[in-house]
Design a protein around this ligand. Structure first.
Ligand code: IDC
Length: 547
């Protein structure tokens, strides 16, 4: 049941992509793919959001990782890919369900970070009511969309103890309000400066964070808590001397920030030192430009930073979701849209981050055995694709893409049938001059020819690369099945007794392997896409020869 639910994740992500692709492929309607489906088992239509798939998070050890990391409900390491807003007092328009949905579906983002500045005209300086309203709107949108959301007390450039009472009041309010809302994460101090991690005084960071974490836990919230570190959250290596776990406070991580055009090896080494010493790290903010949020970009160095984070399952959020005229913004300053952006609406940061997150989402799905283009369990080919892949009969076009709407070659289809028969090795020679001795499909063609499942496209040609037609697919399958044609008659007006595929189509219709492309047409000459071909095989034998 668990894995069944897993398999339907993100189907809403791809629905739009798939529909668009269908109309591009079949402008006159979705004929080929809308084959009436036989009853399919083992799937549901329930969409699974990131939160539905991963549930409440906790911080714990996993495998060979040197430091505790984010674990999902199943205890598996999980990486958050987040979008950090700019200051909510300045850019409240991006805290909306539509914005978050675009980020989730089009960008592959699973987390939103609300940058809640106490100062700079923020929460403690006149914007409290407006920001409270935005926090409520943001959290309920994230709940609805099944995304994680970080409430970031965006201390910037001062000692957070200066506003300790105000911070306690803020977190008391929100930890109590969201104690039972599992997708909320608290970041209690963005970027302090001149505040040592621990010096035994009541003015150090340890004191501040222990106090605030205590307030949050006191309200009954077991949410993950992110603690800032000194020097704009760069001194992550100081935490190990006295982490909050020494005081019995769990589910805590420490934040580390970098900007790729400013920070290079020496800062990477600080991160490595911290991870080696077992400090759980969360990159709640980074940029691919310089630390001012502006200036040049260094995407090569950003890629190198991401490699380091990925190798350690460190979660990250990129600065910032707004259209301010500065390099860090995702959206171009001349674009006022707050959702549904096209790529040309994005800055270098926006394009780079969207690509990164989309790619990482695909890898994440592939690692769970999912193809990013086959996530909608209501598609007629959904069960067939995963059953074929599990049986080793049809692999994906790549690790993350099945290629359901790509053509199938004759060689490919013969190879699938051959694998269903256990991939026997065959001796002998072929009459076909276009099947070379080193071809991956040679054994399969030899097997099919000896068994009489194919006689080629002429006496000397098999035409391995030719795109398979629906008529050919059903004919090869009919011969492979060894079954007899039924007594019942043919239903399709485009299939006639003199056609070579007549018996095969009649058989396939009788067995429920095909219901045609409409109630009266089989479209025998139409090319067969991978989804259709694999579905024919599946309906003939759902075990793909493994039963
Ligand atoms: C920057 C914004 C900029 C704003 C400034 C002061 O990009 O528009 O004027 O804050 O509020 C951080 C901070 C983050 C900074 C960002 C870029 O957490 O607030 O945003 N940055 O300077 N740390 C390192 C860089």
């Amino acid at each position: 049941m668990k894995s069944g639910r897993r398999l339907v994740r993100y189907h809403w992500v791809w629905a739009a992509v798939v529909v668009t692709a269908l109309f591009l492929l079949f402008p006159s309607g979705v004929r080929a793919a809308s084959q009436p489906s036989a009853p399919l088992t083992g799937s549901s239509n329930v969409a699974e959001t990131p939160y539905e798939a991963h549930g409440d998070l906790r911080v714990g050890r996993s495998g060979s990782l040197t430091a505790p990391t984010i674990l999902d409900r199943d205890g598996k390491p999980f990486q958050l890919r987040g979008a950090s807003t700019h200051g909510v007092q300045w850019f409240p328009e991006y805290i909306s369900e539509d914005t978050f949905r675009t980020l989730r579906d089009d960008w592959g983002i699973n987390t939103i970070r609300l940058a809640l500045y106490p100062r700079e005209g923020g929460y403690l300086q006149g914007s409290r009511d407006r920001m409270d309203a935005k926090i409520r709107e943001g959290v309920s949108a994230a709940q609805k969309l099944g995304m994680y959301i970080i409430l970031d007390w965006h201390v910037l450039n001062y000692n957070p103890n200066d506003d300790l009472e105000q911070a306690k009041a803020f977190f008391r309010t929100y930890a109590a309000k969201y104690a039972s809302v599992g997708n909320v994460i608290f970041e209690i101090c963005n970027e302090p400066v001149n505040t040592p991690w621990y010096d035994g005084s009541s003015r150090d960071l340890y004191t501040y964070e222990k106090t605030i974490a205590g307030v949050i836990r006191g309200c009954g919230s077991n949410a993950v808590i992110l603690c800032g570190t000194n020097t704009w959250s760069q001194d992550i290596d100081q935490v190990a001397q006295k982490p909050l776990s020494f005081a019995g406070i769990e589910n805590v991580m420490y934040t580390f920030h970098f900007y790729a055009a400013t920070h290079y090896d020496s800062l990477k080494n600080k991160l490595r030192t911290a991870l080696q010493s077992g400090t759980p790290v969360f990159v709640s903010e980074f940029g691919i430009c310089d630390a001012s949020g502006n200036g040049r970009y260094d995407t090569d160095n950003a890629d190198s930073w991401i490699d380091l984070l990925n190798a350690n399952n460190v979660s990250f959020c990129c600065w910032s979701l707004c259209n301010k005229a500065e390099a860090a913004s995702y959206i171009r300053s001349d674009c006022a849209k707050t959702s549904g952006w096209s790529v040309s609406d994005l800055t270098v940061t926006g394009k780079w981050y969207r690509e990164l997150c989309r790619e990482q989402r695909e890898k994440e799905l592939a690692s769970e055995g999912l193809f990013a283009d086959v996530l909608d369990s209501s598609r007629y080919y959904y069960d067939a694709v995963y059953a074929a892949s599990k049986a080793g009969v049809a692999k994906g076009f790549s690790a993350s893409e099945f290629g359901w709407n790509r053509d199938v070659s004759r060689a490919q289809f013969i190879s699938w049938l051959w694998r269903m028969d256990g991939a026997p090795s065959e001796d002998g020679s072929l009459p076909f001059t276009d099947v070379s001795s080193g071809a991956y499909y040679r054994n399969a063609v030899l097997w099919a020819w000896k068994k009489g499942f194919t006689s080629g496209t002429s006496a000397s040609k098999f035409s391995p690369d030719k795109t398979l037609t629906r008529g050919e697919a059903v004919t090869m399958l009919y011969r492979f099945s060894g079954e007899k044609k039924p007594e019942s008659g043919n239903l399709f007006s485009d299939v006639h007794p003199q056609d070579y595929y007549y018996d095969a189509v009649t058989w396939a219709a009788d067995r429920g392997i095909t219901k045609g492309t409409s109630s009266s047409a089989f479209s025998p000459g139409q090319k067969c896409v991978r989804a259709e071909a694999i579905t024919f095989l599946y309906r003939h034998d759902p075990s793909f020869g493994r039963a």
